[in-house]
Design a protein. Structure first.
Length: 204
């Protein structure tokens, strides 16, 4: 099933689909994301299937605000300070996860990446379904280029999602993945230099 309604009807349809365990494609400030209810183990498995993604490559989650992040992670004061400084924005902060989240998200690990996307459509979608977390992974086959506009979605993905929320072309790029507690940047992306400087300053 596929729907590309005009906003805001597509947002309502997307939110409804997420709460029913279905998958949705949505825009972010970098690329298009593939979202399901990240607290639903069966829904999380569909992401790995749709993307043909190995389970040893963990998935991040998206939330609309710090208070929702607190429900799905055990944040340190330094984590909170980082979130206050850089989120919403193109950064993924790796934190201790709430054990209620499905193990498949992290391949059984105890840490998970959290995103608060700096995109009005993504934030509104996350607001509509909160406190549910939503998977924050690119809407592409594993190993293939990221998607910046809905017309570039592979048919194989389009056929497996309930709703495609069209927000036009996105800027591209990738979020910077950072473990604040360890002071480590796992992947350099947008704002990486500023994040690296903050890590150095906050450790003093």
């Amino acid at each position: 099933m596929d729907s590309e309604d005009t906003l805001p009807s597509s947002l309502r349809a997307g939110a409804a689909a997420l709460t029913e365990g279905e998958a949705v494609v949505y825009p972010t400030e970098t690329v298009y994301g593939l979202g399901v209810d990240a607290s639903n183990a069966a829904a999380v498995e569909t992401v790995f299937t749709i993307k043909n993604r190995p389970h040893d490559k963990p998935l991040s989650i998206g939330v609309p605000d710090l208070s929702t992040a607190e429900q799905w992670a055990r944040l340190t004061d330094r984590d909170r300070a980082f979130i206050d400084r850089f989120l919403p924005g193109p950064a993924t902060v790796v934190v201790e996860r709430n054990p209620d989240l499905p193990d498949a998200l992290t391949d059984g690990g105890d840490r998970i990446g959290i995103r608060i996307p700096d995109h009005p459509i993504a934030l509104e979608l996350l607001e509509l379904v909160k406190p549910l977390p939503v998977t924050a992974t690119s809407a592409n086959k594993s190993g293939k280029p990221s998607i910046r506009k809905p017309t570039a979605l592979p048919q194989s993905i389009r056929e497996q999602v309930a709703v495609v929320i069209d927000g036009g072309e996105t800027p591209g790029g990738a979020s910077t993945v950072v473990d604040v507690s360890q002071g480590v940047i796992h992947r350099r992306g947008a704002d990486a230099d500023a994040i690296e400087a903050w890590l150095a300053e906050s450790s003093l």
